[in-house]
Design a protein around this ligand. Structure first.
Ligand code: HEC
Ligand code: HEC
Ligand code: HEC
Ligand code: HEC
Ligand code: HEC
Ligand code: HEC
Ligand code: HEC
Ligand code: HEC
Ligand code: HEC
Length: 265
């Protein structure tokens, strides 16, 4: 019988939880501290529960062993997902609530953060079967969105790496964000200085080819005099400006940002 001892089986003094004189209610300021004394932290909703919601026992003695069904979430909570996501509930949930917000936040620690157009989609659009981890390659999910007849896509097929040119925002918006990875055209010296992609990319669909020398842009003669005084031409990082036959790759080599940040003062 519990009342014949000073401590319960788990070696905690009765008066660490109870107040003298009455067994119930428990002491307002118990010496017993769940996290410190048991190593198990009661967080959020768990901290508001009464002890008997987790510690069950047929008798007072049995109750005072403070046994639990287990320490994993799934020992006490029903897996509403029927093992779709496995048994590590804490990957996506805390005892705060079952709100999937935590799942979205955790997702952002994967190689595939859910940003922009992917932000609040149903998980099951991508995780289409239990335990399956989708590919992170755009084209594995979006090859059917590819439009082969589009001028901008010429020379490409539905297995091309869409992320070279597109971000998960809108298919027709993204290059504004991405082009700066190659060369700034939406900011800096070239902002507002061009009318269409073909001002620089004169070969349709081939974006690796570009020219700085389209009419209305830089002229060879103008650039020759900009860079050379007589035989004395600008030098930069091992390259001397060629007085004859300069080409656009040379310009890009010395001006990768379209300004004098690499060469010049
Ligand atoms: C770790 C905390 C803790 C310790 C230590 C502890 N108890 Fe309890 N005891 C409880 C809780 C919690 C209840 C259940 C309160 C409830 O019903 O909500 C309880 C219930 C009881 C009850 C039943 C009270 C009633 O009115 O239903 C008795 C009697 C009791 N304890 C005696 C003891 C004795 C004797 C000891 C020492 C040998 C002891 N307890 C140690 C937490 C503790
Ligand atoms: C949300 C569920 C939950 C609630 C509520 C809860 N506990 Fe616990 N308790 C646990 C878990 C889980 C353990 C760890 C069991 C383990 O490590 O095997 C534990 C461990 C303990 C232990 C140590 C048991 C041992 O075997 O060493 C004691 C004592 C205890 N709790 C007392 C209490 C008291 C008193 C309250 C109320 C103030 C309470 N618990 C409320 C879940 C809970
Ligand atoms: C020892 C049993 C036990 C363990 C282990 C446990 N819980 Fe609980 N939890 C409860 C009980 C009991 C309640 C209150 C009754 C209820 O809502 O089911 C609760 C409540 C909750 C709630 C609030 C539910 C609501 O509707 O407000 C959430 C969320 C929760 N637990 C998440 C978790 C997570 C996540 C884990 C694992 C990290 C976990 N629990 C581990 C017993 C446990
Ligand atoms: C990979 C993330 C993930 C894991 C792991 C996970 N859940 Fe969930 N859970 C969710 C999402 C997302 C929702 C929102 C509803 C939905 O999309 O199914 C949810 C909703 C819930 C709900 C609320 C259901 C409702 O109808 O409101 C409960 C309860 C729940 N989960 C329990 C669990 C338990 C228990 C486990 C562990 C066995 C678990 N979950 C594991 C992501 C997860
Ligand atoms: C737009 C597609 C997409 C959506 C929507 C999506 N996911 Fe994912 N998810 C992925 C991809 C792709 C990966 C693989 C990331 C990686 O390899 O790092 C992934 C990885 C994960 C992982 C990590 C798997 C592991 O073991 O590494 C979890 C857990 C997960 N997702 C849960 C969810 C949950 C829960 C939701 C809904 C809240 C969700 N995902 C919505 C595409 C998606
Ligand atoms: C695991 C599958 C998956 C991967 C990987 C993936 N997406 Fe998505 N994406 C989706 C789903 C599902 C949607 C929402 C349904 C839809 O609109 O097709 C979506 C929506 C989009 C949208 C919005 C479409 C619209 O019409 O509003 C864009 C743009 C997009 N994704 C671009 C990308 C890009 C770029 C990548 C690579 C960086 C990528 N996605 C990777 C599954 C994926
Ligand atoms: C070399 C760059 C490049 C690659 C790689 C690329 N695209 Fe595009 N895509 C473009 C350009 C440029 C446009 C025209 C954008 C505009 O109209 O503003 C475009 C337009 C689109 C559009 C139509 C947008 C609209 O509404 O007018 C879709 C859909 C699209 N791409 C899907 C894809 C998919 C899916 C992939 C991967 C399989 C892909 N693209 C690969 C450059 C590319
Ligand atoms: C002012 C000139 C200029 C304009 C205008 C321009 N680009 Fe570019 N683009 C460049 C330069 C320079 C590079 C870097 C080439 C390199 O990386 O070798 C580049 C690179 C690219 C690349 C990467 C090619 C690769 O795979 O290496 C793509 C795709 C691209 N541009 C698409 C576009 C699209 C689509 C437009 C119209 C929205 C556009 N560009 C407008 C100058 C321009
Ligand atoms: C060998 C490296 C090199 C090459 C190749 C080169 N430049 Fe330059 N460029 C320079 C240097 C150095 C300056 C002087 C920067 C200064 O005044 O601080 C300069 C100046 C300029 C300026 C004037 C910038 C200003 O703000 O005063 C323009 C415009 C320019 N270059 C465009 C081009 C173009 C277009 C090409 C290709 C036809 C090209 N450059 C090739 C190194 C080079």
């Amino acid at each position: 019988m519990v009342s014949g001892q000073d401590t319960v089986q788990v070696d905690i003094a009765c008066l660490d939880c109870h107040q003298s004189g009455t067994w119930f209610p428990l002491s307002d300021i118990p010496r017993f501290e769940h996290e410190k004394d048991t190593g198990y932290k009661l967080e959020y909703v768990h901290a508001e529960l009464s002890c008997v919601q987790c510690h069950v026992g047929e008798s007072i003695d049995a109750f005072h062993t403070f046994s639990v069904k287990g320490t994993d979430c799934v020992s006490c909570h029903q897996d509403v997902h029927q093992n779709y996501w496995g048994s590590q509930c804490e990957t996506c949930h805390t005892p705060e609530d079952w709100n999937p917000g935590q799942a979205y936040r955790r997702h952002n620690e994967t190689l595939f953060p859910l940003l922009a157009a992917h932000q609040s989609l149903e998980c099951y659009l991508c995780h289409s079967s239990p335990g399956m981890i989708p590919s992170i390659e755009c084209q594995d999910c979006h090859s059917s969105d590819f439009i082969p007849d589009l001028g901008s896509h010429s020379g490409l097929n539905d297995r091309a790496d869409c992320s070279t040119c597109h971000a998960p925002t809108r298919w027709n918006q993204i290059l504004a964000i991405n082009h700066g990875v190659f060369f700034p055209i939406y900011s800096g010296e070239h902002q507002g200085k061009w009318n269409s992609c073909s001002t620089c990319h004169t070969q349709s669909g081939d974006f690796q080819t570009f020219t700085c020398l389209s009419s209305g842009c830089h002229s060879v003669s103008g650039m020759n005099s900009e860079h050379c005084e007589g035989n004395d031409c600008e030098r930069c990082d091992g390259l001397t400006y060629p007085r004859t036959g300069v080409d656009s790759d040379d310009c890009y080599y010395c001006h990768p940002q379209g300004n004098t940040s690499k060469c010049g003062d």
